[in-house]
Design a protein around this ligand. Sequence first.
Ligand code: GUN
Length: 288
Amino acid sequence: MRMKMSEAKLISGADLSQKLLSELEVRVKDLAARGIVPKLTVILAGEDPASKSYVRSKAKMCKQLGLASEIIRLDAAVTQGELLTIIHRLNSDDSVHGVLVQLPLPKGISEDIILNSIDPAKDVDGFHPANVGQLSIGAPTFVPCTPKGVMYMLDAINCDLAGKHAVVVGRSNIVGKPVAQLLLAKHATVTICHSRTRDLPSVCKTADVLVAAVGRPKMITAEYVKPGAVVIDVGINRVDGAIVGDVDFDSVKNAAEWLTPVPGGVGKMTVAMLMSNTIESAERKNKA
Ligand code: GUN
């Protein structure tokens, strides 16, 4: 008779983001003692409901931590020129340490041109090509927030990545590619999969660490997971009003050893890491 596997242990984004925030509090106090308050400015163009909710949670966490924040809300009809003018003003405003343009942008605006226009020293998202390049040569300045949050979670469970097979499903600039770079920097053997990968379940099943960042609700089932693997679910999908991940939690919990829940997993880390990058920017600008 087969023994029933024990259920996966949860990696709690709620707990770990609180731990990170308490680490950050110390740094905010140190800066405050020197008369410095890190400030994040977020630009939100248009009415995308998910973007509005993300931006609200960013501002809320700034307040909780004692950071200054400003949200610049723009009509979806804003022109690229108007947006660039605002970014240039923020680039030269000494009181602003982080400039973040919430994606996706309204139609007709080039994401490349906008991301390129942000001062790399204020690019707390880590999306400017200069920062992407720094990450790829292993000398990171600003690391994108979600990948940084994923690495914090792996570190929290003492996951030694050296020599392990890490499989990343998804090749986006925001998550898939940067998380692959970070895993590689920790000496994992990294495979990046995407929509054209042949026999995806078999490839995923060889993973010691599986990172799902595809944006397809509950796509990763137990069939994709090696028993004992660490499974990190980056998906945030809205299905009938509920938030579900890319991982089919009820199926995978019986195969994985560690698993991140959605909600209450990676998403919480992302916002906390944005605070970390904003504080880092203020520290860097004011280093003695
Ligand atoms: N839209 C979805 N995720 C992100 C993110 O991490 N940063 C920005 N700026 N926009 C997003």
